[in-house]
Design a protein around this ligand. Structure first.
Ligand code: NAP
Length: 267
């Protein structure tokens, strides 16, 4: 069966902007594909994924809380997915299930330059904190520090990936927010900075905020007002999505089309 379907598995997944972004890309390239939301509970994740290759799916994205389960059930994993311990992209084109992690290279593409030689601080030690720390270390950052609200998680992550962990956020050239601080409308700038231990600190030269919301996040505003380079969560979303798109279709992703669709809102 020639694949004509892709989608995103999550629980919940209603908020995802990926369908709007990928469907716009398929239309722009004249591909008769559809990208759908697949709300799937953890109990049904494995059997659902195994049914997809025979149902017209070329591949899927995977989001919270399935990224580790996706890696576990894959037949083959890319070196990045294996090292990070999580996959956000599954492909079915080879007759087996291949796991990739496009969050890490997508983040570097969104950054737009190499972080080689820079001191980097990753806030958060969840799934995406792990991907960010791995990407920065792999791309040659001079130092990669991880801070987390629950310090033991940062210590474990640091030991596993060969980076360092800090009890309090230290000064850095590049700061990546990989926590969920800023998600939703309840975050004032003061609250967000306090939750991340950044109150009273100078903004870094570069801030990447993985969180995206209807409006600019408090953290992005703080950094922008201090003239930092700011990369927002939608740009990271677009770049990881573009890499998944290319993996499934073999075609260059229409970045501008995807960016416009992601910024226009939920499908
Ligand atoms: P996760 O595995 O659930 O980790 C959540 C992280 O946020 C943990 O480090 C947690 O710390 C921290 N946290 C939660 N509430 C906090 C608070 N009030 N104060 C301080 N820290 C807090 O989630 P994830 O998959 O890593 O995702 C993290 C964020 O990145 C989410 O908002 C997600 O939407 C976003 N994201 C965006 C993209 C993109 O393409 N733009 C891609 C991936 C993820 P504890 O360990 O102490 O609980």
């Amino acid at each position: 069966m020639t694949p004509t379907l892709a989608g995103v598995l999550g629980w919940p997944v209603a908020h995802s902007r990926s369908p709007a972004m990928h469907n716009a890309a398929f239309r722009a390239l004249g591909l008769d594909w559809r990208y759908v939301k697949l709300p799937v509970s953890p109990e049904l994740f494995a059997e659902t994924v195994r049914a997809l290759p025979g149902s017209g799916y070329g591949g899927v994205n995977v989001t919270i809380p399935h990224k580790q389960a996706a890696l576990r059930l894959a037949d083959v994993a890319s070196p990045a997915a294996a090292a990070i311990g999580a996959a956000n992209t599954l492909s079915f084109d080879t007759g087996s299930i291949t796991a990739d992690n496009t969050d890490a290279p997508g983040f570097l593409a969104a950054l737009g330059r190499s972080p080689r030689g820079e001191r980097a601080l990753v806030l958060g030690a969840g799934g995406s904190g792990r991907a960010m720390a791995w990407a920065l270390r792999d791309a040659g950052a001079a130092e990669v520090m991880v801070w987390n609200r629950t310090p033991g998680r940062a210590a474990r992550l640091a030991a596993e990936l060969g980076v360092s962990h800090v009890e309090r956020p230290s000064a850095a050239d590049l700061v990546v927010n990989a926590t969920s601080v800023g998600l939703g409308s309840r975050w004032s700038e003061d609250d967000a900075l306090a939750a991340l231990g950044l109150n009273g600190r100078e903004a870094p030269a570069t801030l990447v905020d993985l969180v995206y919301a209807e409006r600019e996040t408090a953290l992005c505003r703080w950094a922008r007002e201090a003239s930092a380079q700011v990369v927002d969560g939608l740009e990271v979303l677009v770049r990881q999505g573009a890499l998944s798109f290319e993996r499934w279709t073999g075609r260059p992703a229409p970045l501008e089309v995807m960016r416009a669709a992601a910024r226009a809102g939920v499908a």
